[in-house]
Design a protein around this ligand. Sequence first.
Ligand code: PLP
Length: 457
Amino acid sequence: MIPLGSCTMKLNAASELMPITFPGFAHMHPFAPLEQAQGYHEMFAQLEKDLCEATGFAAMSLQPNSGAQGEYAGLMVIKAYHEANGDADRKVCLIPSSAHGTNPASAVMAGFEIVVTKCDEMGNIDVEDLKAKAEEHKDRLGALMVTYPSTHGVYEEAIQEITSIIHAHGGQVYMDGANMNAQVGLTNPGNIGADVCHLNLHKTFAIPHGGGGPGMGPIGVAAHLADFLPGSVMLEKAGGSKAINAVSAAPYGSALILMISYAYIKMLGAEGLRHSTEMAIVNANYIKARLSEHYGILYTGKNNTVAHEMILDCRDFKRDAGVEVADIAKRLIDYGFHSPTVSFPVAETLMIEPTESEDKEELDRFCDAMISIRKEIKEIENGHADRENNLLKNAPHTADCIINKDWNYPYSPQEAAYPIEYLKDYKYWVPVRRVDNAFGDRNLICSCPSIESYEMA
Ligand SMILES: *Cc1c(COP(=O)(O)O)cnc(C)c1O
């Protein structure tokens, strides 16, 4: 289980990945003439249609290569729309303080001026503040960028009010679609009043994205924006009639991996997709129910539930036990788990997203690990364990350190390597111990082969 909140690391089934090995798709050049790529274009058309249905939008561009590139493309579309309406001055972009870092970065790239709006103590957008800022900038309001469900893991109840405030003041709504795994088949961006959104196909629609890519971030738009979808100098067919410039060299981005999302959608069908969303939400709420006796859940909705992910509050551990979230992340490796998302969107918290892919056994193992780690933190809090020299600060423990005859930690090798029963059956041995993150970040090493080695080859 890789419970990376906001990143939606779900199962990438072999049957979904298989088509990327088919030579007919894998060996096609992105600029191949239309008549040689008819199969691809049939797949594009169906995928666009299915994604339009999932988002409630009128048109889709399969060009952007990532969520961030989708944000940029979507904002450029909004800008072109305002310009076409003689509103070239609409350049203010409202962004709530809970937004993903790519949102302000994309807005700046697209030439917008950012105005940050507040969140309340429940983690929701402060509607009064939003209203005041929309009012203040009404002559120049271009867009709002909003994530739904929010990056705080809750369905923002006021979302429709929020989108209508923006529209009433002449702006367009960009919805960050990274959290679509909490929507597909149940609701959609069109429903909540968004005008554009990107889909992280490498999150919600099953493209693998460990190690940084490649992803795909198509954008969907409401009918009034369809004409502006990005074009391509290589392929007239791509994009709308008043297309903005291409955002990617290839007219359909990393087209090959679209096969994965296509297979995911076609094999699950409408019912299966909705069921996936439901299970993702149920799984998150199961974890929340088990962990809330042991950890504070930073934000919940009105019914004391979360959406498809949740934030564990770890901020007091630093004061009470000297334990930082990174220590919990490292200790989880000893328990055989990849850490959840660390310190996003709130510092010194963990954001957990189980997705629909994990069964109850795995969810229980994860909860057992988190509960056991909480007990280890308690031992430090009540003075039974040392603040500097403990199971968390020394984690992770390699096989090499466990079998070392000079073992001299104030706990046993068993406590370090087998703190919990299931590890006797499923033990992952980490290859290295803790590295100095800050040192590593500042001392870059190039691991690419030298020019000389090419010469010799
Ligand atoms: C992942 C993510 C993005 C950016 O998507 P990339 O494909 O990584 O560029 C934007 N917003 C949110 C909330 C995300 O989780």
